[in-house]
Design a protein around this ligand. Sequence first.
Ligand code: NAD
Length: 363
Amino acid sequence: MEIMPYLRKHGHEFVGVFQDKKSGLELFIAIHDTTLGPALGGCRMWDYEKEESPGEAALSDVLRLSKGMTYKASAAGLNLGGGKAVILANSKKLTKKKRVEIFKKFGEIVNSLEGKYITAEDVGTNVEDMKEIFKKTRYVTGIPEEMGGSGDPSPLTAFGVYKGMTACVEEALKTSNMNGLRVAVEGLGHVGYLLAKMLHENGAKLIVSDIKEELTKKAAEEFNAKIVSPEDIRFEECEVYAPCALGGVINDHSLAHFNCKIIAGAANNQLATQNHGDQLHQKGILYAPDYVLNAGGLLNVSCEESISGESYNRDKSLELVAKVYDRIKEVIRLSKENTISTCRAADVMAEQRIEEARKKNKK
Ligand code: NAD
């Protein structure tokens, strides 16, 4: 990858490459844009050795994901920028001791950035890693509640998805009542299960799938959910399809077979490409852009002291996360006003806030 042309095109402010021979840490940190505030974004640990060019693959991820965080934070209405860290390691091969050393060193590096980048959990990292980082820096979120952090983000993500889904239902179905609506929940993990619970409590009829049978059985028992196979869930006749498992679920194949009015779920990167979002729009299926809808976890960590400057308070966090409803309403408004798909409208909403802040900063 030709790095400078890429940075110029996408506007990244900073990219750091680190190697610490003692701990074995190999790391990229990227800060995309700090116009709105310090860059927040998770630390991913991934085994890139399977790739043809591990360094390039990691660099490409850190650049792409940090930019995504700028959009996510802006669209969520937060005064935060986008950043990301990627550690090149195979977590299965790491001893516990080595892992601790790696995250302590990582904490030192994050600390040396003096708050321009604030880290968090991501794919391949966990709350124990965040606790190690916390020993070296305050610029870390996602630490346990007993240590003053915000704990598991999943309940807040699920709550945000539920609120945003309500906004979609109001728009597409002209009702604010979930009672009797058929919602197909794909994936009953941390977020999907809690979303299903909320929907059930509000009278929705659930259709569920998961590759883990014990989870679908539980949902059938607790929520009277109808179980369908992972292959069929996307194409079930329903009012709302809620992807809460994998990315890429809106693609050439699925587009031809959707049988829903709304797509609103927690999964990241649901659209194979932005064009697939445009095609949903043309078909009259209302799509809640994933990064706007699943921002509950991000909004939740933004209430931690390292960012808000105040002790974490769950009620305040819930109040903030409930605003996902307003953000989705705004996306829909922009989509109508500009006759563009909701996925493009979400980007416009994110870019507008940054642009306005940039103009203000210049004054
Ligand atoms: P999770 O790993 O707890 O749950 C995912 C579930 O999907 C698992 O139960 C898994 O068995 C199931 N699954 C996997 N493949 C499937 C398939 N083909 N069909 C049906 N089910 C399948 O993850 P999670 O934390 O619940 O997150 C779900 C999605 O939401 C992910 O895409 C994640 O990136 C995104 N997300 C999560 C959060 C959060 O706070 N946890 C925040 C933002 C975005």
